[in-house]
Ligand binder design. Sequence first.
Ligand code: APR
Length: 173
Amino acid sequence: MRIEILEGDITTRPVEAIVNAANSSLLGGGGVDGAIHRAAGPDLLEACREIRVTLLPGGLPVGGAVVTPGFKLPSRWVIHTVGPNRHAGETDPALLRSCFRESLRAADSLGAQSIAFPAISAGVYGWEAGEVAKAALEAMDNFAAETPSSPLELVEFVLFSTATADAFRSVFG
Ligand code: APR
């Protein structure tokens, strides 16, 4: 599994699945959530509303993941996850590891060969980029060990600033 650390806009990435740092409502927001909904078009919100009515009436729990099509995005799928909100006292890194793990498992079950992550929780939800990178690395290592035959060949971390990218580069080496 190849890992790439890039600076840029995740909505432009030509990978099979991109991960959205959503909130539990799944009904959109700012940051990368807003960017993904804008780029995917209104069908994405429609698909999320459908999930809320059927599969997840109570919303998506922190650390969980759920898949929708990508609609107008270059990526075939969007994997929505909800990161821990430090401002709400959600300070357990296991919750962040769960976001990365559940998203990797979702991509694996789709048979995706490539996935792109943003820096989940490193924006509105107030986590340090270095903490997020550490959780991502631990989740990646555990996933590779538990799923040696995954079709997933490429994992991108697409970061929206040089500072965030540098934090990921220093953790991933
Ligand atoms: N591409 C890649 N990364 C992006 C993009 C983009 N187009 N836009 C923002 N980011 C980065 C931010 O700079 C930050 O480093 O994504 C990271 C996560 O920030 P947020 O989007 O604020 O996500 P998060 O901290 O998990 O907070 C989630 O914010 O937008 C709302 O609905 C969302 O309520 C939820 C909360």
